[in-house]
Design a protein. Structure first.
Length: 324
């Protein structure tokens, strides 16, 4: 498929961070600074995930009041509509915007209002995934998720765990997600982004419906088999994964391995601005570098519908986009 056909293809995105996907124009307006793209974008020369995460400092400054949070939600929907994204699950960490003048519920409500405005104008369906952060305490993360749980089915669809995986491995969060499971709150978990297949296994065993990245599974056929048996969605983000050195070389990226073994692979941007990418760019990248066929792209879009946290009515509408 050529680039224009890929751009016009109806698309889904399941792994997209709000703070890493804000437009340069929005940030300049909100922060009233002459920001350069290099301040908020990582390149191929990025050394690791920790360095990549430094690019979030400026965008987070724009998410410290209700106006900024609403504007961010709207900005993202406007951006994704330009490449015909029909459904997106937007993830962000409410606690990174909470302070003495802004509570967790206000933060979530503000983002939802902006997303809803974007949906009305651009006809893009959305849901929100709230991220617990690895460097936050169990108590703070649990409190945030309990408050977010009140919005479940009203714009919020799931929880997540994000942050520096190498510094904070999965074993420290088993209690947290044991509690999330008791709440009957669906969740996905960032795991296997930093070389630890053990993190991925623990995420699956604690009850994650999907795995964010999961690259380290390339070294462990047992975990891949477990994911296939349990129909765990794999949220792959090729450009971001290569920038953060989740694999040392693009030839070692396990896209074909995972697809060949029947895993429910989806393709996502992770961070549109920080990685300088779109879903269209990601699809073109995997076609060029891994020989991904057109029918495999349609398969991954159907995978995304299947493993999404959307309700059945939305899923049925989305599936009709890929009827052959």
């Amino acid at each position: 498929m050529d680039y224009e056909l890929l751009r016009n293809l109806p698309k889904l995105e399941l792994h997209c961070h709000l703070d890493g996907s804000l437009s340069l124009e929005f940030l300049k307006e909100r922060l009233r600074q002459d920001i350069s793209l290099s301040q908020i974008q990582a390149g191929w020369e990025c050394k690791n995930l920790a360095e990549y995460l430094q690019k979030f400092d400026l965008p987070l400054l724009a998410l410290q009041n209700e106006e900024g949070l609403k504007g961010a939600g709207y900005d993202l929907i406007r951006s994704v509509s330009k490449e015909n994204v029909k459904y997106i699950e937007v993830r962000f960490a409410p606690l990174l915007s909470v302070h003495e003048n802004l509570g967790t519920k206000q933060v979530i409500e503000s983002v939802l209002q902006g997303l809803e405005q974007g949906k009305k104008e651009f006809q893009v369906e959305y849901n929100v995934i709230v991220c617990a952060m690895r460097h936050h305490s169990l108590e703070d993360n649990l409190h945030m998720i309990r408050q977010a749980r009140e919005f479940l089915g009203e714009g919020v669809c799931a929880a997540d765990l994000a942050g520096d995986e190498a510094a904070y491995p999965m074993e420290g969060f088993l209690e947290l997600f044991g509690e999330v499971k008791k709440m009957d709150m669906p969740f996905t978990i960032h795991a296997g982004e930093c070389g630890s297949a053990k993190n991925t296994k623990e995420a699956v065993e604690v009850g994650a419906s999907r795995i964010g990245h999961g690259i380290a599974m390339r070294e462990d056929p047992e975990i891949r088999c477990l994911c296939r048996e349990r129909q765990i969605g794999i949220e792959m983000c090729p450009v971001s994964n290569l920038q953060t050195k989740a694999v040392p070389d693009r030839r070692e990226y396990p896209m074909n391995l995972f697809l060949g073994e029947g895993l429910l692979v989806t393709v996502n941007t992770d961070n549109r601005t920080v990685s300088g990418t779109t879903v269209t760019d990601e699809l073109k990248f995997i076609q060029k570098n891994y020989g991904i066929k057109d029918e495999e792209i349609f398969r991954m879009m159907r995978n995304a519908v299947e493993v999404s946290f959307a309700d059945e009515a939305v899923k049925n509408r989305l599936l009709r986009l890929y009827e052959i």
